[in-house]
Design a protein around this ligand. Structure first.
Ligand SMILES: Cc1cc2nc3c(=O)[nH]c(=O)nc-3n(C[C@H](O)[C@H](O)[C@H](O)COP(=O)(O)O)c2cc1C
Length: 227
């Protein structure tokens, strides 16, 4: 099988390396404010799907997973507790590329979530304490009260309009309900737009089996799909 032009020169066993390069290309292209945004689809216990945009914050080419951060008690968090699998899609319109990743999802190790949480602006860290993501709220005012209460708890500036610009370097621990997930690539499809809708589609698949606290990956096999 021949690879599409854009994939020439890349060893067929390294689809995640291509994805990393595509993310770099999208960053350099500058056409999208969030080139690392991806649509993430999950399923609840009854198999009902839901999808939303999250940011891909890390990509481990080897062993092959992507990382996003969120609230573990959110709708997606509850879905992943019931059905620990997900599908993610990147779309870079100006680059005529799409990438799809599907596979099992594991929580990131606590130390990794701690490190990323600590790197976030203090306002976002307060927000992670204040927001019960995906739960109903009485009003915008109730949300602002929750933010103010979380700020008081960590002796941070009031999150009113002026407080958002103030510096604050006091400690704000990571909430237990907030952290990362690793979406392991069990399959990855790289799509390149072609003339007359004769697109290039290559899909790589591999087996993943549980091993200690993580997953062990088999070799990739690659197949070309019809457009
Ligand atoms: C560009 C963009 C990036 C986003 N990044 C994240 C993210 O990294 N993590 C997150 O929890 N929500 C993120 N969101 C918000 C989610 O789309 C979603 O509203 C939220 O996570 C709640 O989803 P859920 O109720 O399905 O769990 C982002 C939204 C947009 C538009």
């Amino acid at each position: 099988m021949s690879a599409p032009t854009e994939l020439n020169g890349v060893p067929p066993g390294e689809p995640l390396a291509v994805l990393a390069r595509w993310l770099d290309d999208a960053q350099r292209d500058g056409a999208q404010p969030n080139p690392n945004a991806m649509v993430l689809a999950t399923c609840d216990a009854a198999g009902r799907p839901s999808a939303r945009v999250v940011l891909c914050k890390d990509l481990a080419v080897d062993p092959g997973y992507i990382v996003f951060f969120t609230n573990y008690l959110s709708r997606k968090g509850r879905d992943l507790a019931a059905t620990p699998r997900a599908a993610a899609v990147f779309h870079w319109d100006t680059l005529h590329r799409q990438a799809r990743i599907e596979g099992p999802v594991l929580k990131s190790p606590s130390a990794e979530s701690d490190a990323y949480f600590a790197s976030r602006p203090w306002q976002s860290r307060i927000g992670a304490w204040a927001s019960r993501q995906s739960e109903p709220t009485e009003s915008r005012a109730a949300l602002e009260q929750a933010l103010a209460a979380a700020a008081r708890r960590f002796a941070a500036p009031s999150p009113g309009r002026t407080g958002l610009d103030e510096p604050f370097d006091g400690p704000i621990a990571r909430p237990p309900h907030w952290g990362g997930y690793r979406l392991w690539a069990e399959s990855i499809e790289l799509w390149v737009e072609g003339d007359a809708r004769i697109h290039d589609r290559l899909v790589w698949s591999r087996s993943l089996r549980a091993h200690a606290e993580t997953l062990e990956a088999g070799p990739w096999t690659v197949t070309r799909l019809q457009p």
